[in-house]
Design a protein around this ligand. Structure first.
Ligand code: ZN
Length: 229
């Protein structure tokens, strides 16, 4: 690979029709929320690999997280994690080095006790991690996947879930990409190839019943999950 070949760019392509639903209700005890890589380096000004549109997704993701907390829904945060001289640095430069500010999950979405943080070294949240095992032993059938970067870690994680026959749900306002092409190709792949369900807004995703993942220290809701959200 000399990198001196022809370059394709600037083509106008059409986004095919992609079905989107307004609302879904998912059973709290058979659903997991997976929040992908919402770390300072990817989200915040000054971050090493910032996706500018990621900041807009914080509110919608937070809303889902609060609903998951109130309904006892299993919640997993993936945390992209690299060490010295990681081979990925040759592609992306240094980012999310363990222990640094850039590696930490953003304050607005900081995990609380009762939530699981899974460190991962590659785009796919299932690769070399216990996520599949965690979902399986907890009887999860549906995964709501949000976070960044849409066509990179979000798509690889959603794909990996779908290949294992988990049903994928993805709200349009819960993912972010560096450009529109990357954003829409993510939606197309999730919908067309993986038969996931795209939901117009995070607000349209509700959890029914009560899951077992209570957050001992969390007082965001008004009691035990029956707040009607
Ligand atoms: Zn990385």
């Amino acid at each position: 690979m000399t990198g001196r070949g022809k370059v394709i760019g600037g083509l106008r392509v059409e986004v095919p029709e992609i079905p989107v639903v307004e609302e879904v209700s998912l059973p709290a005890d058979r659903t997991a929320l997976i929040i992908v890589d919402m770390q300072n380096d990817f989200v915040k000004p000054g971050g090493a690999l910032r996706v500018p549109s990621a900041e807009k997704t914080i509110g919608p993701i937070r809303l889902l997280l609060e609903r998951a907390r109130r309904s006892g829904v299993l919640t997993i945060f993936t945390q992209d994690t690299h060490y010295m001289d990681d081979p990925e640095f040759r592609i992306w430069g240094r980012h999310v080095v363990k222990g640094t500010w850039g590696w930490r999950i953003i304050d607005e979405l900081a995990p609380v006790e009762g939530e699981i943080v899974v460190e991962k070294t590659r785009y796919d949240g299932f690769y070399g991690t216990p996520i599949d095992d965690l979902l399986r032993v907890n009887g999860v059938e549906n995964v709501v996947v949000v976070g960044t970067v849409a066509n990179i870690c979000v798509l690889h994680t959603a794909s990996s879930a779908a290949l294992r026959w988990y049903r994928v749900y993805m709200p349009l306002d819960g993912i972010s990409a560096l450009n529109d092409f990357d954003y829409y190709l993510t939606l197309r792949q999730v919908s067309f190839l993986y038969r996931g369900v795209l939901v117009e807004r995070s607000e349209g995703i509700r959890f029914t019943g009560q899951g077992k993942w209570v957050r001992p220290g969390y007082s965001g809701g008004s009691g035990a999950g029956s707040a009607g959200v």
